[in-house]
Design a protein around this ligand. Sequence first.
Ligand SMILES: Cc1cc2nc3c(=O)[nH]c(=O)nc-3n(C[C@H](O)[C@H](O)[C@H](O)COP(=O)(O)O)c2cc1C
Length: 434
Amino acid sequence: MDQLTAEYSRLLWAAVVLLAYLALCGRIWLRQRRQAVSDAPLADCILVGWASQGGAAQQLAEQLQHQLQAAGYQAHCAALHRLSHAQLQASRTLLFVASTYGEGQPPEHARAFLHQLPTGIDLSHASVQVLGLGDRRYPLFCQFARQLQDALLERGAQQGWPLLTVDNQHPQDIASWQASLAQRFNLSPVPAGVTPDEYSAILLERTCLNPGSNSPGLFLLRFRVHDVSWQTGDTIRVCPFNNPQLSGREYSIASACGEQLELIVRLAGQCSSWLCQTLEAGEQIVFRVCAKPAFRTVDTAPAIFIGAGSGMAGLRGHLQARPIGSHNWLLFGERCPETDQVLAEETGNWLMNGHLQYLNLAFSRDPQKPAYVQDCLQKHQARLLEWLDKGAVLYLCGSLQGMGRSVETVLTGLLGASRFKALKQQGRYRADLY
Ligand SMILES: Cc1cc2nc3c(=O)[nH]c(=O)nc-3n(C[C@H](O)[C@H](O)[C@H](O)COP(=O)(O)O)c2cc1C
């Protein structure tokens, strides 16, 4: 019996020692694991954030992420509105590509980022570099990229390199940004002149839409395309003479997706002169499709289209794509009723066959009743409210200075600031202003 008790107590001791040993091993393993988890992202992860409306900044950021990954880095790429504070704190290298919109504003999706970035967040572990995309013709050139960099530095981040700004997506400036990153991170260079999403199109015909007008020429260009897809609301980016060294321009696609791509181009500047005057039928353009998620068709809800001048381009693509039986109202502004009846036959036919329920034209230099498109909105306030009550979506396309701002002011007055804001939040105010 005594022998049995002694045997039991030996076994018990052995079990206690084994358990204690296992517990110790477990604690060591857990500590090492915790250490590894907290160290790994800081040591390895490069965060590439982007703020983009037309897709250029997004494309550059994603391309950079692929290059970094190909070189063996752990690289994470995300739109600013999807970046968490934890991700910012867990990365030693923060790279951003940010474009600017409105009057020095961030792109729509990134509006809340700086407001939501806590002032107390400590980024002193990270080095930061911001590439700003913008356009020098706007007074607040690359303003959002500057604000983004300032905000990160204020929270302790180290400046890896000074802010770089690129005017009008100038290819050489983008290439030197890419080259400096390639050198710093030992990346394979981006092959010059090759972008994965470049397409070509052949000019079939060009028609002047405002012959005899005092305004600069407005042209409809029809191209044949092969295997290119786009969504209504998207734009294309073209460089004059297909020369990427020259400043390119973006043009709204004026047709629904198909075998032909149409543009409506105002004669102004080098790129549009090339398209409207020099390019001949049978010659080709090289272009990229720029996604405009903020200006795409929402659904089959009633649609109110508002635009002026070359803004007809963005609206026409939507109108062509709208389903039979949909409810559409077009308000369009130009200068002279005699010479600026842009696409009058087409819109007249749409009115006759019921594709358009209403067509309101405003001519600012009409000697009888001069009016702007925003005056039409005011005149038809009751109908506007009735359509919006039925869930209508507003689409606005054209010049920001010449039309966009005035229309927005009138809409704020007619609807009230809070209802207009709510429409924007619901995605029922969709604008492409330039
Ligand atoms: C309506 C509109 C407003 C713009 N406002 C500004 C601006 O205030 N400052 C600026 O530097 N660039 C401005 N730009 C130029 C864009 O930032 C530039 O085209 C940029 O390359 C777009 O990049 P993304 O394709 O990534 O959106 C504006 C462009 C548009 C269409």
